[in-house]
Design a protein around this ligand. Structure first.
Ligand SMILES: Cc1cc2nc3c(=O)[nH]c(=O)nc-3n(C[C@H](O)[C@H](O)[C@H](O)COP(=O)(O)OP(=O)(O)OC[C@H]3O[C@@H](n4cnc5c(N)ncnc54)[C@H](O)[C@@H]3O)c2cc1C
Length: 476
């Protein structure tokens, strides 16, 4: 049939608000767009921006990207450097304090866990989002249920503007306002905690890095493999090439002798605490004092002026759930059950297993599928019953059911990540009382099993389970 004679598709029945345009929010937007679910993404900044620093997407995350939308995956592959020759990739652990020899290797896969500059990924994905779907300079400050039992959420933004949606997904990062709205300001889970680690991150020009360490330890064109972790007491350094070998991403993670983060200003209710503080190369070099000269020289390639990034997470005060209740005892905003959190807003973890963004991608996939399931059910209902008050009530009920199903499917896995990440960092820094720092076999085994819990996850089955869970919650 020619397209002009095709009946127009039925009006998709829900409107989703996404708060925050980090990786989780952008991938959720693309997942909804692919499924023809209307949405608006609200970002407080004037553009979708990310740091120049590097990021890697673990194999589970890559599989999830392909299920979000094959085009999203294609763009990922365009940005991430594909190695010719189908070589197996490894993480390699070297004794950064002693010999600088490789002490353990962990096979990842072929063209797997590819790294790149965050900004390059986000820019390429953001270009896929259809025009008019993203509103910049929109900082959410509050949410409430619309009066009159309409089953819609009213969002208020910093400039006083109000907007409505059927369901709101907070992808607003570790300092999430939406989490605070769900749980209430007095909940300890409203704020993340300092892990006692901070990091320095920088992109070092590849020519300098290669001159120091050789191509085998730096470039992706080298025949040998290029993702390294240099371990030593109370610190570790992670390196991998980004931007098609223009730079080596260098991340130095340091155990803070002071377990209280004093860099932040702690500005009070509703304000983010500042998790960066001025640092410098001297401090970075102190962290690797007495280490192998090559690793000291590598840290010496960092710029003189550096910023310390405190690593906070949700391990000490985990969110009890990722959606709200209508009657929130802890002082939540009252539209809780049509409001959920995803990505770092729900379960922020440190970077040591390289999986925070990947877990945000998995969340986004589940949410996109469940909100599609809501749309499908509503279309059936509309055909059966026509529009009206009953349908509006049903819409809110189905959106609630989707958020509960999302929580039930994602909670256990995502809650595991912050603790597993802390445990791995303790092994790297020689702070696990049961495992000697240089007992490389045990360090490797303990680390490998956690990586594999992340990487081997069946994201296809996760989607199936989410759909089954939705039916169960709807039927309950
Ligand atoms: C050093 C380091 C290295 C890492 N390496 C990796 C890695 O290799 N692989 C990996 O998978 N993960 C890695 N991670 C973790 C990963 O960076 C995060 O898990 C991920 O970026 C979180 O994305 P997000 O979209 O959930 O949150 P964010 O990136 O924090 O995005 C939140 C967005 O919401 C916006 N926002 C906030 N509040 C509001 C509001 N009220 N209204 C409107 N907008 C708002 C913000 O401006 C921001 O754009 C690393 C983390 C660190 C610190």
């Amino acid at each position: 049939m020619p397209s002009s004679t095709m009946p127009s598709p039925p009006k998709p029945p829900i409107h989703v608000a996404i708060i925050g345009g980090g990786i989780t929010g952008v991938i959720l937007a693309l997942g909804l767009q692919h499924r023809n679910i209307p949405f608006t993404l609200y970002e407080r900044l004037p553009a979708l921006t990310e740091l120049g620093a590097g990021i890697g997407f673990s194999p589970n995350a890559e599989r999830a990207l392909a299920l979000v939308d094959p085009e999203v995956h294609r763009v990922y592959k365009r940005v991430a450097p594909t190695r010719a020759g189908g070589l197996m990739e490894y993480f390699q652990w070297a004794d950064g304090h002693g010999s600088n020899e490789v002490v353990a290797r962990l096979a990842i896969g072929v063209d797997a866990f590819q790294g790149g500059r965050r900004a390059d990924f986000v820019e390429a994905w953001a270009a896929l989002v259809e025009g008019g779907r993203v509103r910049f300079g929109m900082e959410l400050v509050d949410c409430r249920m619309k009066e009159g039992g309409d089953g819609r959420v009213v969002m208020r933004f910093a400039d006083g503007e109000e907007e409505e949606a059927d369901v709101v997904i907070g992808c607003d990062g570790i300092h999430s306002l939406t989490r605070r709205l769900i749980l209430g300001p007095s909940s300890p889970s409203s704020r993340p905690s300092y892990t006692g680690k901070y990091c320095y991150r920088s992109l070092v020009p590849m020519a300098h890095a290669t001159a120091l360490l050789g191509p085998a330890r730096t470039t992706s064109r080298s025949k040998s493999l290029n993702r390294f972790l240099y371990l030593g007491p109370d610190a570790h350094v992670v390196t991998y090439p980004v931007a098609r070998d223009q730079f080596l991403n260098v991340l130095l993670v340091v155990t803070d002798p002071d377990p209280t983060w004093r860099g932040g200003k702690g500005e009070g209710e509703g304000k983010e605490r500042h998790h960066t503080a001025p640092g410098d190369k001297e401090d970075a070099l102190r962290a690797v004092e007495g280490w192998n000269p090559a690793i000291r020289a590598l840290v010496g390639l960092l710029p003189d002026a550096l910023q310390k990034w405190a690593i906070f997470d949700m391990h000490e005060h985990p969110a009890p759930r990722y959606y709200g209740l209508d009657q929130e005892g802890g002082g939540g905003c009252g539209c809780g059950s049509l409001l959920a959190v995803a990505g770092d807003a729900a379960h922020a973890a440190g970077p040591h297993l390289g999986s925070g963004a990947g877990f945000g991608v998995e969340d986004a996939l589940v949410l996109a599928e469940l909100l599609e399931a809501v749309g499908e059910k509503l279309q059936l209902l509309q055909q059966d019953e026509g529009e009206g008050g009953k349908e509006k009530k049903k819409k809110a009920d189905l959106c609630r059911a989707a958020l509960v199903a999302y929580n039930n499917v994602r909670y256990e896995r995502t809650q595991w990540l912050p603790g597993a990440t802390r445990a791995v960092c303790a092994l790297f820094h020689g702070q696990n009382e049961a495992v000697r720092r240089d007992d490389w076999d045990t360090v490797m085994q303990e680390t490998s099993k956690r990586f594999h819990t992340i990487w081997d996850y069946d994201v296809g089955e996760m989607v199936e389970e989410a759909r089954r869970e939705f039916e169960k919650v709807v039927g309950a």
